[in-house]
Design a protein around this ligand. Sequence first.
Ligand SMILES: Cc1cc2nc3c(=O)[nH]c(=O)nc-3n(C[C@H](O)[C@H](O)[C@H](O)COP(=O)(O)O)c2cc1C
Length: 186
Amino acid sequence: MRTYRIAVIAGSLRKESFSRKIAKYIAGLMPENFEIDLIDLSGLDMYNQDLDDEHRPPQSWVDFRNVIGKADGFLFVTPEYNRSFPAVLKNALDIASRPMRENKWGGKPGAIVGVTPGNMFAITGATHLRQPMASLNIQLMLKPEQFIANAAALLDENGGVKDAHKQQSLKEYAEAFAKWVEKVLA
Ligand SMILES: Cc1cc2nc3c(=O)[nH]c(=O)nc-3n(C[C@H](O)[C@H](O)[C@H](O)COP(=O)(O)O)c2cc1C
């Protein structure tokens, strides 16, 4: 059976990030032949094109580009910041899209989950993230969608999901994403 390497990317640097907890939870639902790299964006320097033009990228970019280059697919779990997705995620997308003609995301399958402790499901933030996906040529799973509201109430102290209905829907989502990865890479 073929194995797939999935980079799971939560768009938050916060220690107790709900997005990261949900990312880990979904990662734990993926089939055994899916190896998960839970990406930490905290050390990633801000993108500056001069550093690529002058062939002196920071080590944090080099390492991140390697990880993204080796990944077969991507699961993005994003909070919503001011009705869009956080800058830390945009920075990550930009870094692995460069240098020119060395886009590490291109042609690979991806999926987006929106998470918020609020009650409006982070739909706008997660949907904004679709926009750069097209430019990066990430093969995005459009359905099923997964938006999570009231994340603080949903998660227990161990990062588990309390609600049985949501557990089932996240399980189905992970299975659908696994099938999507297999289909795109077939
Ligand atoms: C700058 C900023 C903007 C925010 N804007 C929104 C928003 O537009 N919609 C929303 O549901 N929550 C918003 N929030 C609240 C976040 O959903 C909340 O801080 C959440 O915990 C962030 O995700 P995390 O737990 O993964 O770090 C915002 C928070 C910050 C810091």
